[in-house]
Design a protein around this ligand. Structure first.
Ligand code: GCU
Length: 339
């Protein structure tokens, strides 16, 4: 957080950011009596073309407009402020104010998030968005990391259905993944998921996947068609197989001290602006998902349907494994009731 007229806070944040970005810069200052502007620096691991960047830009515009410039969200794309696993720690420590964080990383901090990050919980992206952004369902969960980790969750965008792609062959059944090294997001849950699907999981950061595919360190990865194209993975892993094993989510996470420093009115503006951006996100998402398939096909990639029943059969036991507490079961039931 940078409060333009508060030198001490500004100094701390600037030093932290200089260390992170390696950029040189000077501390902007304003004269006495200048209106205070809280700058929120938001870390994103996607490109400027990705729906998250575009929708977060609209969110930032609405926040700036409705707060008359009191809150200024600045988005730093392309993981320049760190990969997600580091970013979520940096947001907790206050070195970075906000980040877009995959549910997989949230689940590493509070296992209850696993319910939102496992196979077979959401029927569709619409069901997911309705359930995840409903305070009656996720309100307590979104506040659960405030005292322990200083993380406040404002809401979530969908990652769509994630599928497997690789450099070797089309995948139709779990048996086709035998011996195939597939990158997963860094969490035990996803390692177990990919193992259940028949492959060999290789956890690593998102930004390392292209080079790892290109050099043959891994054979494949799993993601949505949008990231498959924005990250150019189709160039090095041309077989995309619609396993649709998981509908993931990206959470907008703010440092709790930063969020709580805002007036009640400005907190409300931030929350509402995010919810307003979800609809725009969804229309960009739908358009880009279809466009991504065309782009990859034009470059020679193939997309194939899989034996969905066979994948469902190997993934179903995960649901019971994850639902090992009453809290998780209650959350799961509330989500299913919203289907
Ligand atoms: C998607 C998701 C990101 C996530 C990435 C990954 O692109 O939107 O938040 O980091 O998948 O696989 O790591």
């Amino acid at each position: 957080m940078k409060i333009k007229s508060t030198a001490r806070l500004l100094g701390i944040t600037t030093v932290a950011l200089l260390a992170l970005t390696g950029c040189a810069g000077t501390t902007p200052s304003e004269g006495d009596g200048a209106a205070e502007t809280v700058e929120i620096r938001l870390s994103l691991n996607q490109t400027e073309e990705h729906p998250n960047y575009l929708a977060l830009t609209s969110f930032a515009d609405e926040v700036r407009e409705k707060t008359d410039g009191r809150v200024d969200v600045q988005i730093f794309p392309n993981a320049v402020l760190g990969a997600q696993q580091e970013s979520v720690q940096l947001v907790g420590s206050g070195a970075v104010d906000a980040a877009s964080i995959s549910g997989t990383q949230m689940n590493n901090l509070n296992e209850d998030f696993a319910v939102l990050d496992m196979p077979l919980v959401f029927d569709s992206e619409a069901h997911q968005m309705k359930a995840i952004n409903d305070p009656a369902i996720t309100g307590d969960l979104f506040k659960s990391l405030e005292s322990s980790n200083k993380l406040t969750i404002v809401g979530a965008y969908t990652q769509g259905a994630r599928s497997v792609y690789n450099s070797q062959n089309p995948v139709e059944t779990p048996a086709d993944l035998a011996g195939v090294k597939v990158r997963v997001q860094e969490s035990e849950l996803h390692v177990s998921m990919l193992t259940a699907m028949g492959g060999s999981p290789a956890p690593m950061a998102f930004g390392e996947v292209y080079t790892a595919l290109q050099s043959g360190v891994i054979d494949g990865a799993e993601n949505n068609s949008v990231s498959y194209v924005t990250e150019k993975h189709y160039e090095v892993a041309p077989y995309f197989s619609y396993t649709r094993h998981l509908i993931g989510a990206d959470f907008l996470v703010l440092n709790s001290d930063v969020f709580n420093s805002l007036s009640d009115e400005d907190q409300q503006i931030v929350s509402t602006a995010f919810l307003n951006s979800v609809d725009e996100f969804m229309s960009i998402w739908d358009a880009q998902s279809a466009e991504a398939v065309k782009t990859a096909e034009a470059a020679g990639s193939t997309f194939n349907e899989v034996d969905a029943d066979a994948f469902r059969a190997v993934l179903e036991p995960m649901v019971d494994d994850v639902l090992d507490t009453d809290d998780k079961k209650a959350l799961y039931d509330a989500i299913r009731a919203a289907a």
